[in-house]
Design a protein around this ligand. Structure first.
Ligand SMILES: Cc1cc2nc3c(=O)[nH]c(=O)nc-3n(C[C@H](O)[C@H](O)[C@H](O)COP(=O)(O)OP(=O)(O)OC[C@H]3O[C@@H](n4cnc5c(N)ncnc54)[C@H](O)[C@@H]3O)c2cc1C
Length: 442
């Protein structure tokens, strides 16, 4: 028997409910526009605060350590569910790089940045949220001339618990901002939210987009819309565009590769179970973000075991003594999202030189902070910011519209080069800017 096919009409159909899609849905629904927001994952706060909170909200692959991987074996972490990557993110808040975007013809209004920061709970951590191990790293960095300072976070500290390290597993007291906030508001404003429903195709006729086709728990859907927006994140937006005939989508791939460098102290408290990413440094000259942070226990054990199994077995009981810094390096975008879903990612000479610099800098900090210099470790790279697959200036104009009329993108795929900083707030600002354009078009 054929699946039932439901037909919906909308001003704007949005594929993907990460920060890009949810912000857009909220802004447009506030203006009375008819919005259909479609998300392949669920809309749920279940398992918040425990490792299942990560595992259940991550796109998985069928192997023992189930993160999605590139052909070369680097993990690519993709959020899955209403909220997208903000379900898994650590909540560090970096303002958009105004000069970065200006270079590609996009001007952000300061008022819009301020509004986005306020609404996403942008706050500096109060002193009581800086743990002992974190202070030790901060002080060591400053003593060797590395200007670590407090880093802002998408956190309402009046609801947060000092020394809690569970941000990435889902925040039980809802102190961490996620894009679910905007999705909830959009639904209250009358937007239709379809969950567990995957957009399979963009409807295109004579070079004009007219909505999407989707399939999910409610069967098959045809959503006819005056404007269609892909907000499926860096990887899946590229796939949808390829299927819509934009073959060059996915010809590049950046991921801001991240590595954790860590060592062990003999006495005192490490920073492993402390509030994370509260101090750090954005080294714009070398394109590296450093922050004091240890991977959450479940990821630390899994990653260390995969990277160095024998050394791991001898040190697995020492998580409480870990001092750890992460380094996020802005890479040059050599990579491909293939139409069959595979991702290839390679690094250039410049990327490798930036990695060496980042790791050596972290080693200096950790050694100064008291770690044994003969027992320092670097985790394999994780690609946490899949981006730049549908670049502004190449496949998108400065309004984020593709060559297919009325088809827009609004997520990290649009970044013209590696974000080089945690990008969630920038995505929110891009979506607010796009909403302002669309609200007069539809
Ligand atoms: C572990 C981790 C930590 C991070 N920490 C930070 C941080 O501290 N600060 C920061 O600013 N950023 C951080 N980030 C990055 C940030 O979360 C992402 O950059 C951001 O969420 C990207 O937003 P997006 O709208 O581009 O897409 P995403 O958040 O990727 O959302 C895309 C959504 O679309 C859905 N989708 C995909 N395909 C389809 C389809 N075909 N049909 C329907 N739905 C679909 C997905 O399920 C997903 O929910 C982190 C990311 C990770 C993984």
């Amino acid at each position: 028997m054929a699946d039932k096919c439901q037909r919906l009409e909308a001003d704007v159909a949005i594929a993907g409910a990460g920060p890009g899609g949810c912000t857009l849905a909220r802004e447009l629904s506030r203006k009375g526009k008819k919005v259909v927001l479609i998300e392949q994952g669920t809309n749920s706060r279940s398992f918040f605060g425990n490792p299942l909170g990560i595992i259940s909200r991550m796109e998985k692959a069928p192997h023992l350590f189930p993160t999605k991987k590139t052909v070369e074996g680097y993990s690519v972490i993709l959020g899955h569910g209403v909220g997208g990557g903000t379900l898994l993110y650590a909540g560090s808040a970096f303002l958009p790089g105004v000069d970065y975007w200006r270079e590609f013809g996009i001007e952000f209004e300061q008022e819009m940045i301020d509004e986005a920061a306020r609404e996403t709970w942008y706050h500096m951590p109060p002193d009581e949220f800086i743990g002992q191990g974190t202070r030790r790293i901060w002080q060591a960095a400053n003593e060797i001339g590395i200007p670590f300072e407090k880093v802002a976070r998408h956190i309402d500290f009046s609801k947060c618990v000092a020394n809690c390290d569970l941000c990435v597993m889902g925040c039980v007291p809802d102190a961490k901002w996620t894009a679910m906030e905007y999705a909830d508001e959009a639904v209250k404003n009358g937007a239709t939210l379809l969950t567990s429903t995957r957009v399979t195709d963009i409807l295109v006729e004579n070079g004009v987009a007219g909505g999407v086709k989707a399939r999910g728990k409610g069967g098959e859907y045809i959503v006819n819309a005056r404007v269609t927006v892909c907000a499926c994140g860096g990887v899946h937006t590229a796939g949808l565009l390829q299927r819509a005939g934009i073959k060059e989508a996915g010809s590049w791939f950046t991921g801001d590769p991240t590595t954790f460098s860590f060592g062990f102290i003999r006495e005192g408290q490490g920073n492993a179970r402390e509030h994370c990413m509260s101090v750090g440094w954005h080294d714009e000259e070398h394109g590296v973000v450093f922050c004091a942070m240890a991977a959450p226990a479940v990821s630390w054990h899994a990653q260390f075991f995969q990277d160095e199994p024998l050394k791991y077995l001898a040190r697995m009981h020492r998580y409480g003594r870990v001092l750890s810094v992460f380094e996020k390096v802005s890479d040059e975008g050599m990579g491909t999202c293939h139409p069959d879903g595979r991702i290839s990612k390679s690094f250039t000479e410049r990327d490798w030189s930036a990695f060496r610099y980042a790791r050596q800098t972290a080693e200096k900090i950790l050694t100064k902070a008291g770690c044994d210099p003969g027992d320092l470790h670097h985790a394999n790279f994780v690609l946490g910011h899949p981006s730049s697959t549908v670049k502004v200036g190449v496949l998108l104009d400065t309004n984020l519209e593709t060559q297919v009329k009325n088809l827009y993108c609004c997520d990290t795929s649009v970044f013209p080069k590696a974000p080089g900083r945690p990008p969630a707030l920038t995505v929110v600002v891009l979506a607010k800017r796009l909403a302002r354009r669309l609200e007069v078009l539809v």
